[in-house]
Design a binder for this molecule. Sequence first.
Ligand SMILES: Cc1cc2nc3c(=O)[nH]c(=O)nc-3n(C[C@H](O)[C@H](O)[C@H](O)COP(=O)(O)O)c2cc1C
Length: 325
Amino acid sequence: MLKTRITELFGIEYPIIGGAMLWLSRAPLTAAISNAGGLGILSALTFETLPDLREEIRKTKSLTKKPFAVNVTLMPTVRQVNYEEVLNAIVEEGVPVIETAGRPPEAAWIKRIKDAGVKMMHKVAAVRHAVSVERAGMDAVSIISFEAGGHPGMLDVTSMVQIPLAANAVKIPVIGGGGIADSRGVVAVLALGAEGVLMGTRFMASQESGLHPKIKEWLIRASETDTMMIMRSINNAARVARTDYNQKILNMEQSGATLEQILPLISGKLGCTAMLETGDISSGVVYCGQAVGLIRDVPTCQEIMDSLIGGVPAVGQRLRSIGVA
Ligand SMILES: Cc1cc2nc3c(=O)[nH]c(=O)nc-3n(C[C@H](O)[C@H](O)[C@H](O)COP(=O)(O)O)c2cc1C
């Protein structure tokens, strides 16, 4: 069921990819998504040191025998990161799939990683970048759109338009994401031409995500209008929870604040403390996608997968009943 080039490429049961989500994408969440038949993704750059990252990779391996990925987001950061070293460490730890995002890795690194037998995908937010990813020799490309939590790019194009355009533009398999949280969304993304479905916000509200219970409660109550965009003024638009804190950042941006003035508020440390420790959603940037409007519970990843995949035949039946196929 649901065999695509993505399930074949990664050796997974279902074409469901759990989006990397900063400090939430630790071993328990990553392994739980992979154990449920999808592809969990560990987030590399939330570890201060390489030994910490290596330890989390080993922990993930101890929790799942299934394939999983590690995400490396190549972006300007306050902390200097030696990306080549990070990628080498991931390869040395025997991780089967690497997802990069942000700036594409250098050609020589891609070659070395692929020669080591590691599958590579890169996440983009624009169709023209998907074409560059194919040209760079990656195995797959994921494309996220306006609805997505995190950084959905600056173009404001939605999944409905962007996914089919990406599928037309490249031959490598496309993974579509942004706004998906149920079986109807899964079938829709596959119908649009993608061969995998990327979901972040849905897995934020799972038992295995380390998100503070108070913010999980907020997610259950939130509607599709409870997200907003910030950081557009610094060319790094982010979809976040609609909170007083994020509104304050937006107000500053609209009054012409400089990057230096905004930086202290968007600091990862405050977001991390809010998400993991205090649960005070208005004390740091908390990313969240529009799919939050579809989320009404906090199940295990296995239950999420059962519901996503278990609901597919009913969607198919409905489509057949109205003459689709
Ligand atoms: C809380 C949160 C943190 C995220 N952190 C990252 C990240 O560190 N790196 C990255 O490439 N994408 C990150 N994303 C984006 C997701 O990996 C994924 O692309 C996105 O959530 C998909 O859209 P959806 O939220 O509509 O499912 C994050 C998303 C959320 C909601």
